[in-house]
Every structure is written in structure tokens, then in C-alpha cells.
Design a protein around this ligand. Structure first.
Ligand code: IMP
Length: 443
């Protein structure tokens, strides 16, 4: 099964980076296909911790090719910093990292726009965006007239284009800000030409590369970012990100037909977290939530914001697992719950006196639901040294079984700590990518 995808089933931060890292070595190509510098994937290898924003985690494996595909919105400055940081630790991207010339580029006006809109919109709850220009860049992509793709940076008339966009954006931003905002188009052009020169060795038509690769049966891992509940169409709109971050977005973002994605891992944190605004039915705004935050070190990788914490919500996860075509689950950060006497799983909602078993489509309804909980006993002992399912406390196994039953998918692996070896593989859903490389794959 050469095409595998990894999708977060909650609001992001499900520890996908660790799973991608575990799977990357079994693949020839790892593809990041959506989002941008809003993501922060943490991978811990021995004493080293790597935080990657754009670059796929496969970069840590020699011999793995890494693609930043068309659906990504790229901040060239941040990306170059990532490349430099990796190089300073002996990880070199040359010849192993390829960036789509179709990917859209984040410009200073996008960052300014994100900030101004976030400040200006005061009616109702704020989206709480990461301020990385993600929404504005996707908005320009859909709007087209003021969009710049990576490949455009190498074309003639770039200066005129950037100067023209900067002029129009200055007028727009001045209106939004209620004060003059001056964008210096010539300076931005010089800055971005510089980035373009440095990125030139990495830029190519990744659609062509990936279409060749799938037809040659290459083993490809599609690395999701954010989480399915943040999907712009299918998530908790408008409290979402700007892209299709559920499983249905893999194909469009990567430029690969869905028929080439053969196995999907749904990544679930053993509890729920959310950063930014929006309804969160199982949120624990109390000491228990604080305890989970501290034990799980639940502070944003990209922004450092404290994450909101709460009980696991299997109504939401069942929805996103089905939406994303999930085959097996990876349950992460189970060890964080070891301190608790009992655990609650939200198995249904109540809305206006009626029991709901499906995830509401409108955020106003989600705001009004009351969680219906199933309570299970906790295990009250540390499990971070456990390496087999059988050695887990009975209560921990029960908790996992209930998750699997409610979501309706088998569990393939359980993570009990950040290290690669703090992982328990379960027999019935194990990753199973052991087949040898196809001799036809030239990637
Ligand atoms: P944006 O992606 O910066 O536009 O932010 C939109 C919403 O998605 C905000 O609530 C962010 O906190 C959330 N978000 C974006 N990226 C991530 C992520 O990688 N992890 C968790 N939340 C994210």
C-alpha cells in the first residue's frame, strides 16, 4: 500500500509529527501539502528536538525525498530559516527537498492583514489566528488578482507586479487600519528576489514529480497539518484555518488523485485541545484542565499560546475519522492522563433536550450542546516506560478499547511519551509497510 496519509482528527496539535517521524523511514517520499508557518511539528530524536514549520519530517531520514506541495502557503523567510537551522545541526536539504512552483507565497501585506483583521473584528469571538498570514494568503489565492506563486518569483515583470500589489494593498490596509499604511513595493521586491535566489535549487514542478512517483508505486507519506476540525469547509467554521485540513484535502493539496492514497492514519490525542477561538464542548476551564495543560506541556509550538484543554470528544472524532477515510487510529499522549482518578469520554451531545450523536454543522449549535459523558476509571500510575499493550494497566486498555469502539476504527499504535521508542504497536492495525521498494521508483 504505497500511499499513506496522516491526518489529525481534532483541532491540531495531536502529535502528528511523532507519527510521521515513525512512518517516514518506511517511505521514499514525504509530502506536506497544506497550511504554512501556522503549523509547528515537533520531532524528538534522542537529545535533539526539531521544530519544523514547512519542511516535512522526512528530512530527518537520509534517503527520503521531501516535498512541499502546491497546497502550501509558503513564507520564504521562515522556510529559509528552517533550512539554515537544520543545516547547522548537520541535516542538509539540498537534493532532498522540493518545493512546488505552484505554491502561493506569503508576503508582508498578508501578515499585516492578518493582524489588522484580527484586531478589528470585535463582534463576537475572535478567530484567534496564528498571525502567520495564512488566511489572507489563501484569500488572495482564491481572489487571484493579487496572488503570487513561487514560480512567479522567477519571471520577468516581477518587480512591476509586486510594486502594483503593494500599492493596492497599502490603500486597502490604510482603510482597514484607519491610518496610513505604506508598503514599500521596491523594498519588498528586493527582499523576495533574494529569497527566490536562495530557494531556486529547491523549486520544481512537484505535481509532475508526484504523478510520476505514484505511477511508479513509490511509497509516499502525506503529512497532514492542523486538524480535521479546522478544515475550512468541513470543520467548525468560521473557527477554522484557510485550507482543507481533513483527509479530503490531501489529494487537492498534493496534486495526486485520491485513488493513490491507500491507507489513512487518524491521529487522536487521548484528550482534546484547541488554540484560538471557537466552541469546545468538552473544555475544562478548571484545575483539571490546568493539570492536563501542564502534564501535556500544552503550549503552542508556533505561537507559545496556552492551549485550551478538555476531555476526549468521540462525537467529533467519529465525524472526522469518517470524513477523512481513516483506516486506523494512532492514540497519542496517553501518558498525560496517568495522574487522573477517572476519565470522561464525550459520547454524545444533548441539544434542546434531544440526544445528538452526530457532529453539528453549525457552530452556534456546537456552542449550545451539552456533552454526554461516559466515565471510566483512571490508572493512576506512570506508563511512559510501558512498551507493550499487554503491559498497560487494565484501565488504560479499557480506555483505549472504548475509544476504538466509539470511533469505530482499530487502534494501530499508542504513544506514551515523546521519544520514538515510547510507542506501543498493536498487532491488528500495525503500520505494515514492509514491502521492498519498487525497482521502477526513480524518486
Ligand atoms: P490560521 O491558520 O493562522 O488562520 O488560524 C486559524 C485557526 O487555526 C486558529 O484558531 C489557530 O489557532 C488554528 N491553527 C492553525 N494552525 C494550527 C496548528 O498547527 N495547530 C493548532 N491550531 C492551529
Amino acid at each position: 500500500m504505497p500511499g499513506t496519509s496522516v491526518i489529525g482528527l481534532q483541532w491540531g496539535d495531536e502529535a502528528k509529527g511523532k507519527l510521521v517521524d515513525l512512518l517516514a523511514g518506511e517511505h521514499q517520499i514525504v509530502v506536506r501539502y497544506l497550511g504554512g508557518a501556522n503549523a509547528g511539528h515537533t520531532v524528538r530524536v534522542g537529545a535533539s528536538t526539531y521544530t519544523l514549520h514547512h519542511i516535512p519530517s522526512g528530512i530527518l531520514y537520509e534517503g527520503v525525498q521531501n516535498i512541499i506541495a502546491t497546497g502550501v502557503v509558503l513564507n520564504p523567510k521562515t522556510l529559509l530559516e528552517e533550512i539554515r537551522q537544520l543545516a547547522s545541526r548537520g541535516v542538509h536539504c539540498e537534493g532532498r527537498l522540493w518545493i512546488s512552483d505552484r505554491a502561493h507565497v506569503v508576503f508582508p501585506w498578508h501578515l499585516e492583514e492578518d493582524r489588522l483583521i484580527n484586531e478589528a473584528m470585535v463582534v463576537g469571538e475572535k478567530l484567534g489566528v496564528t498571525l502567520r498570514g495564512i488566511g489572507p494568503c489563501y484569500r488572495d489565492k482564491v481572489g487571484r488578482t493579487m496572488a503570487v506563486r513561487l514560480g512567479d518569483l522567477y519571471r520577468p515583470a516581477l518587480r512591476e507586479r509586486i510594486v502594483e500589489i503593494a500599492r493596492v494593498k497599502s490603500r486597502m490596509l490604510s482603510g482597514w487600519a484607519g491610518r496610513p499604511v505604506e508598503l514599500d513595493g521596491d523594498r519588498i521586491y528586493e527582499e523576495y528576489r533574494g529569497y527566490a535566489e536562495q530557494l531556486a535549487p529547491f523549486v520544481r514542478d512537484t505535481n509532475a514529480f508526484l504523478l510520476d512517483a505514484v505511477e511508479q508505486d513509490c511509497r509516499i507519506l502525506y503529512e497532514g497539518a492542523q486538524g480535521a476540525l479546522l478544515d475550512v469547509d468541513h470543520g467548525t467554521f468560521p473557527f477554522v484555518t484557510g485550507s482543507n485540513s481533513s483527509g479530503v484535502g490531501v489529494s487537492a493539496g498534493a496534486g495526486v488523485p485520491a485513488r493513490w492514497i491507500h491507507k489513512t492514519y487518524g491521529v487522536v490525542k487521548a484528550y482534546s485541545t484547541r488554540v484560538g477561538g471557537g466552541p469546545f464542548p468538552t473544555e475544562l476551564e478548571n484545575e483539571l484542565g490546568q493539570l492536563i495543560r501542564e502534564r501535556g506541556r500544552e503550549y503552542g509550538t508556533t505561537t507559545g499560546r496556552p492551549r485550551r484543554c478538555g476531555w476526549l470528544d468521540v462525537v467529533a472524532v467519529r465525524y472526522t475519522a469518517r470524513l477523512s477515510g481513516v483506516d486506523v487510529l494512532a492514540v497519542m499522549m496517553l501518558d498525560v492522563l496517568s495522574a487522573l482518578d477517572e476519565l470522561k469520554i464525550c459520547v454524545a451531545y444533548e441539544l434542546d433536550g434531544r440526544r445528538l450523536e452526530h457532529f453539528p454543522s453549525h457552530v452556534d449549535d456546537l456552542r449550545r450542546v451539552q456533552p454526554v459523558y461516559e466515565t471510566v476509571p483512571g490508572w493512576r500510575c506512570e506508563i511512559s516506560d510501558v512498551r507493550s499493550y499487554e503491559a498497560l494497566p487494565l484501565e488504560a486498555r479499557r480506555y483505549l478499547e472504548r475509544i476504538s469502539q466509539w470511533v469505530g476504527r482499530p487502534i494501530a499504535l499508542v504513544s506514551v511519551g515523546p521519544e520514538r521508542n515510547q510507542t506501543i504497536f498493536l498487532e491488528n492495525g500495525q503500520s505494515g509497510h514492509a514491502q521492498p521498494a519498487s525497482s521502477r521508483c526513480t524518486a
